[in-house]
Design a protein around this ligand. Sequence first.
Ligand code: NAI
Length: 332
Amino acid sequence: MTDPVKVLVTGAAGQIAYSLLYSVAKGDVFGKDTPITLVLLDIPPMAGVLDGVVMEMQDCALPLLKEVIATTEEAVAFDKIDAALLVGAMPRKEGMERKDLLAANVKIFKSQGMALDKYAKKTVKVVVVGNPANTNALICSKFAPSIPPENFSCLTRLDQNRAQAQIAARAGVACSAVKNVVIWGNHSSTQYPDVNHATVEINGKTLSVFDAIKDDSWLKNEFIATVQQRGAAVIKARKLSSAMSAAKAICDHMRDWWAGTPKGQWVSMGVVSDGSYGIEKGLVYSFPVEIGSNHSYKIVQGLPINDFSREKMDNTMKELIQERDMALEACN
Ligand code: NAI
């Protein structure tokens, strides 16, 4: 057996973590033969709940789980970690705008960026889930200058999974038959779920999504709106934000980052823009990426962008520029 991978989950007493920890600890993310040391961070008022979570983790009797460290101190939580799943934040409640959340959450991610810089391995891979996820990831990276910016990402895989599932349902196929759906931009209602490069396999034949679904109006309107508004729809129905599906998406994101993507397939991740597709450098923007076997990704290049897509990609970039400016101000 290899050395344990040391994985930090923040917001460990919260609802996403409750669905996430079991999957991570049983080997769904870092491999079925890789032992795990789990570090659980939450804030001091949640210390009692965290104790309960630790008891349950023990009671799962999982062979790969070597150790569980529960803490409310960043110095302990970030020490020599290999991976950080930064879930902890103030969650969006019904009717609450993302902008209201920004100021409160930026401070958390500034502090955690500084802790990563000081205590984590320089190879640490970070996925920010807490909203506003893209901008929190940007702030986190900014305050961790000794860690390469490409080691920071934010979760837009839930949006990708939602888009893939909508297309699969409409085409009457399994989700696995739908490939290369792209989420561009912000994990917010301005995100652009793009199926122009995606395919659907039906009866052994690979078709473009437009040929498979044969309803351009649905694809350009209802489909996009459904994916953009899905988070809000779940909150309205459940009175709580997505948790089970978010946890599944976090596992998908980190598993692919760790193990790589199959040839010819890409996944969407919020990553630091290098200027690809005319997106302002330095923003954390969701792009399609291909991931190699050494945990390093490349933004997929050369996809043709039509006018419809261009407008939507620029629109979500504008929102991210505004968020970045507000966040930088809130950091001072
Ligand atoms: P929750 O409220 O159930 O749990 C959040 C936990 O974070 C709480 O236990 C809280 O005490 C803890 N926390 C707060 N500040 C912290 C800090 N400084 N350090 C460590 N822990 C801290 O919320 P839930 O449902 O688990 O959601 C977590 C976040 O994920 C929210 O910001 C939510 O909006 C976001 N989210 C993002 C998605 C994405 O696709 N990017 C999807 C779904 C949710």
